[in-house]
Each structure stands twice: as structure tokens, then as C-alpha cells.
Design a protein around this ligand. Structure first.
Ligand code: HEM
Length: 167
């Protein structure tokens, strides 16, 4: 359940996100691959170089913040992206790493705006993307060569929790 003041704070960061654009996620990926180079194996690096993946991630983050008070709008997109992550066998601890680098990116790119209150409002959002233990079975994709790690779980449920459907 999102606290109203957290919703308001996340919404207040929309102009900041908009002005940063995909520079935000480019910084994020550069940071993450520098500090966690093992994740280079998980991603298709040509999608990084073409700018495709930083733009896709930025759009997802921006849409999340934009519709935080009306998340049903994103339900279909969230479902589609979450199914992809399920197929990639993304592990729960990898969501921690991504969440950490997203918050550090905010801190580094916007040190004045990234107040403790702003980071606190965003932190549960990144945390809630973590897959739950009630894993859905991953779909068959070409990326399933690696064996599923213990606790590999469903990004579908994670995304569902991050963007609850409007009732
Ligand atoms: C904060 C939560 C996350 C969000 C909002 C997010 C968002 C996205 C989006 C929007 C896409 C593009 C989907 C498409 O092609 O339609 C994507 C792709 C992808 N994501 Fe995530 N993601 C998250 C967490 C993660 C984590 C933790 C990992 C693994 C460390 C990961 C690995 C991938 C991979 C491998 C792709 C495919 C892109 C490629 O081929 O390089 N994601 N993600």
C-alpha cells in the first residue's frame, strides 16, 4: 500500500525525471556494469549501445511515476514486460542490485533534489519490484540457458505488486 505522501513525493520527481530523460538510465547502466560487471552477461549489450534498452527502462520508470496514482493504466504493459523478465530468469537479488544503482543514480545526477525524503519515497518502489517467492514458471525463451538460481522467482508478481491493478 503506497502512503499518500510517498505518492506525492514520487510525483514531485516527474519534472526531474523528464529533464534527465534516458541520460538517467544510461548513467544507471554504466554504473551498474562498472560495479557489477557480472550483469553484463544478463543483458544484450548491443541494446545498450543502440540506446534501445536505456530508453525502454527510462520509459518504464517514468510511466511508473506518472501513473502512480492510476496504475491500472499500465497493467497491460507491466504484464508484458514482467513476462519477459520471467523468461530471463531474473533473480531476486538482482532486483536489489538494480534498485541500489537506480537510487545511487538519482543521488549522483541530482544531488540537490535527491533528498533523504525523495530517496525514501523511491526506495520502497524499487524494493517492491523484487520478485516474491511465489514464482510463476518462466516461459520458454532463448535466454534460459543458465540454470534457474535458488529462489528465482516471478517478475510478473513483482511487477504486479509494484503497480497494483486498479479495481
Ligand atoms: C526495477 C525493475 C525493472 C524495470 C522497471 C525493468 C524494465 C525493463 C524494460 C522496460 C525492459 C524492456 C522490455 C521490452 O523489450 O519490451 C527490460 C528488459 C530487460 N531487463 Fe529489466 N527491468 C527491471 C529489472 C531488471 C533486473 C533486476 C534485471 C536483471 C538484472 C533486468 C534485466 C533485463 C533484461 C536482460 C532485459 C532485456 C534487454 C536486453 O536484451 O538487454 N531487468 N527491463
Amino acid at each position: 500500500m503506497l502512503a499518500p505522501h510517498h505518492i506525492a513525493i514520487v510525483q514531485s520527481t516527474l519534472p526531474l525525471l523528464e529533464s534527465a530523460g534516458s541520460a538517467l538510465t544510461e548513467h544507471f547502466y554504466a554504473r551498474m556494469f562498472r560495479e557489477n560487471p557480472e550483469l553484463k552477461e544478463v543483458f544484450n549489450l548491443s541494446h545498450q549501445h543502440s540506446g534501445q534498452q536505456p530508453v525502454a527502462l527510462f520509459n518504464a520508470i517514468f510511466a511508473y511515476a506518472r501513473y502512480i496514482d492510476n496504475p491500472g493504466v499500465l497493467a497491460q504493459a507491466v504484464e508484458r514486460i514482467a513476462q519477459k523478465h520471467t523468461g530471463f530468469l531474473i533473480r531476486p537479488e538482482q532486483y536489489d542490485i538494480v534498485g541500489h544503482h537506480l537510487l545511487e543514480t538519482l543521488r549522483e545526477l541530482a544531488p540537490d533534489a535527491a533528498t533523504p525524503e525523495v530517496l525514501e519515497a523511491w526506495e520502497p518502489r524499487t524494493d517492491s519490484w523484487r520478485p516474491s517467492s511465489s514464482a510463476a514458471k518462466p516461459r520458454s525463451t532463448t535466454r534460459q540457458k543458465r540454470p534457474p538460481a535458488a529462489g528465482a522467482a516471478s517478475a510478473v508478481s513483482a511487477w504486479r505488486r509494484s503497480v497494483p491493478r486498479a479495481s
